[in-house]
Design a protein around this ligand. Structure first.
Ligand code: FE2
Ligand code: FE2
Length: 395
């Protein structure tokens, strides 16, 4: 069935209500492996169909993992111990950021995201013309949307880090994990404060982000939580933070992101350390294959589906621009290109390092143009400082 043609002929009043369902079905039917459907399916129904994150009430997610106690307090993970020590040294106080800086999201002299973030001509070709003020308002929406998703992702990271700290079997990992819980709390604090005091607008959680968070919060297997949060979502975060850090002219946000990126670099490093041994030594071939496929599907979801639909609904839901056209415009925008590049530069080498880029799965990555990132530096070989200087040089 050509859903796009069907949607085009629907009355404009009905279309915005039908389109999200059509897309949910598209996402679910694109996945063929029954194990992956079993793992992502229930979360997809809760996120995409019921839109649990958008009901205006708190969401309860049922956790099913076991807390792993060890009464002998083994110290057998020196690299995790070292990360714990570095994390304690690296703590910072969100209150010390330069909050006195006056931020005006509409000021063209100090844009939060630059005008060329999105290709406005592409909208004009589709019959929607925005004047200069509308363009700035639109970019305000996009920046508030982006920062809101960071905040929601950080809430997920805070709870996932707490779960993983309970569930993991490495004792040194538990001590390290406690520092990550603190880091994520600080990230929630600073992103929320920025949105609340400087942007003045909080968007609801994107349905696809909800799906990923729901899937890893409710999976009982600690390594799936790790893979989901410490590798995939942290990779996504580093891509998005890096992109915004490079693009923004707003000094408070740049300083905030610089601090957050340094924490996130440690988080991914921990994820790689913990998963590398586990995947190589503890999993059967079938279990490893499941994780390979899961990581690939989530990578695709992250590449294709974070499309700021909440901004689309607000700006174009009642125009002739369809969600598919919106997706095409957003996909080709310079801002998104930069985001994807930074995200996969960070993510793919980590998947290689933990043993999830086997010869079996490589052709899949190749077919979607992601294999070119394979030879890059994994989190083991790059510190937060180096990440920042790479971003500074590339900017
Ligand atoms: Fe974080
Ligand atoms: Fe993190």
């Amino acid at each position: 069935m050509d859903t796009e043609r069907l949607l085009k002929i629907l009355p404009q009043k009905v279309r915005p209500r039908i389109e999200p369902y059509a897309e949910a079905i598209e996402v679910l039917t694109a996945v063929k492996d029954p194990k992956i459907i079993a793992s992502l399916g229930p979360s997809s129904v809760r996120g995409l169909i019921f839109q649990r994150g958008k009901q205006g009430v708190p969401t309860k997610m049922q956790a099913t993992h076991s807390a792993h106690f060890d009464w002998s307090y083994p110290s057998d993970q020196p690299e995790m111990r070292d990360l714990y020590s570095r994390a304690k040294q690296g703590q910072w106080n969100g209150e010390d950021l330069p909050w006195h800086i006056d931020v005006d999201p509409m000021n063209p002299e100090v844009p939060i995201i630059p005008m060329d973030f999105i290709d406005f001509d592409a909208f004009r070709h589709r019959g929607v013309k925005l004047d200069e003020t509308e363009k700035r308002r639109f970019l305000h929406s996009m920046s508030a949307w982006t920062l809101s998703q960071f905040l929601h992702g950080e809430q997920g990271a805070l709870f996932a880090a707490a779960q993983v700290t309970e569930a993991v079997q490495f004792f040194d990992g538990k001590l390290y994990g406690a520092t990550q819980v603190m880091d994520e709390a600080r990230h929630v604090e600073v992103f929320h404060r920025y949105i609340d005091q400087k942007l003045d607008r909080l968007y609801q959680i994107n349905d696809n982000l909800f799906v990923i968070i729901d899937a890893l919060m409710t999976d009982s297997r600690w390594d799936m939580k790790f893979l989901g949060m410490q590798i995939m979502v942290e990779g996504l975060a580093l891509g998005a933070f890096g992109m915004l850090y490079q693009m923004t002219s707003e000094p408070l946000l740049a300083e905030l992101l610089k601090n957050v990126i340094q924490d996130e670099a440690r988080h991914v490093h921990y994820g790689v350390l913990a998963l590398r041994e586990h995947i190589k030594n503890e999993l059967s071939d079938a279990e490893r294959r499941e994780r390979e496929d899961w990581a690939f599907e989530v990578a695709l979801l992250m590449r294709n589906r974070f499309m700021a639909y909440e901004v689309y609904d607000e700006w174009f839901g009642r125009t002739q621009v369809t969600r598919k056209e919106w997706r095409e415009v957003v996909n080709l925008s310079p801002g998104l290109e930069a985001f994807r590049h930074t995200m996969f530069t960070r993510l793919v080498p980590n998947l290689r390092e933990i043993g999830l880029l086997t010869d079996r799965i490589k052709p899949h990555y190749d077919s979607v143009g992601l294999l070119k990132y394979m030879g890059g530096k994994s989190a083991m070989d790059i510190t937060g400082d180096q990440m920042i200087s790479e971003l500074d040089t590339a900017a």
